[in-house]
Design a binder for this molecule. Sequence first.
Ligand code: GLN
Length: 482
Amino acid sequence: MSIREIHQQLVRKERSATEITQAMLERIQVLEPKLHSFLCVTAEHALQQAQKVDAKIASGEEIGLLAGIPLGIKDVICTKGITTTCGSRILENFVPLYDATVSEKLLEAGAIVLGKTNCDEFAMGSSTENSAYQVTLNPWDLERVAGGSSGGSAAAVATAECTVALGTDTGGSIRQPASICGVVGLKPTYGLISRYGLVAYGSSLDQIGPIARTVEDAAILLGGIAGYDSRDATSLKVDIPDYTKSFLPELRGKTIGLIQESFGEGIDSDVEQTINQAIQQLEELGAEVREISCPHFRYGIPVYYLIATSEASSNLARYDGVKYGFRAEDSKDLQSMYIRTRSAGFGTEVKLRIMLGTYALSAGYYDAYYLKAQKVRTLIKQDFERAFEQVDVLVCPTSPCTAFKVGEKAIDPLSMYLADIMTITINLAGVPAVSVLCGFDNKGLPIGLQIIGNVLQEEVILQVAYAYEQSTTWHQTTPSVI
Ligand code: GLN
């Protein structure tokens, strides 16, 4: 059921929030042995929250759209009293003393938190294979990955283990798993969603955002978490519209730019073909489509892997075994305690990135790597600024390939990094983008169309995504595993 369908059932008293929550918890129990999308399920907490919503309804109080909606929260987002591991051994037993702003907002709105979803360690990865605990599998083919780093959220939503979920996106971690699990994922404008209580990876890139089965559900969840927060210094002071208000069944008057550089070498031919069909569909809906060049698009990967790792090396310095989290026992002195704690607590990919970032920031290399990367980041941003002088939105594939097999890219970091080639520049530019299901490859694996907008143009990208979705039946297809 969609958010609106659940809402109607609740207000008409056809089903209670408790009944819905119980049904979802049972579903999780059945599906989890196959999928591994949740790191923890918070049944008791969820049922308590559901009772509160039921009591409200019984007393005749009006409830908002998110009240009674069962959802999952990616395990890098703090939840008071509920473990928040970031998919890492170093935070295995970490129970936050406070809620992230987004968690607080959702709980206040009466949403039901079913549990914390699996992710790559500290959100570093594109497959959830870097989780220290489990690999989330793709609901369309259990031999394949669900994408990452928000793979748990995407797989859980795709199989209706929860109605919607929160993911985070530093270089593509909402959109890429959404794309390869066949659902909708939106990375908001940098600053639209508070990062307070989000465990930092690359602070100048990180954003929290919705994963949902329909564009409307994504829009509703986005509205529920967006807004200014004084506890995040980069939070934007803007009014939050009703993101579903501007939905229309057609696209007359809209101009759409096709990013030239996103096609050609390195793209699966099935992906390219399917995206071309989706573009035709956008034209049939009345949009005017033209090619746009983003000349610095190809520098996205090197720039990102300097900036994100530099920020990560600094952000992850706090896991030293002193303040919180894991501490190696029996160290002979402070220095060896640090070394042993971090050696045992972090996984290989996280260590690789800390080393890369430390190197890029070190004296003598700073100008050549970090500073240079920041300059190219500005050029990438300017590409987008110029593009949005000419068109309303840009489109390209979300991922160059469909879901890959577990283990297929795990041994080769570079091939894994290339999974984000389509999404990464968007984070560097700080603009919003949404991925929507637009077809399947010859193996029956989902393909996502990415729709990118100018700063704070979430309404516009959602409008295009909605018109496209409603003119197709893709979103009604369900994965074979369920
Ligand atoms: N896959 C990219 C990385 O490993 C992006 C991750 C993300 O968006 N959190 O850094």
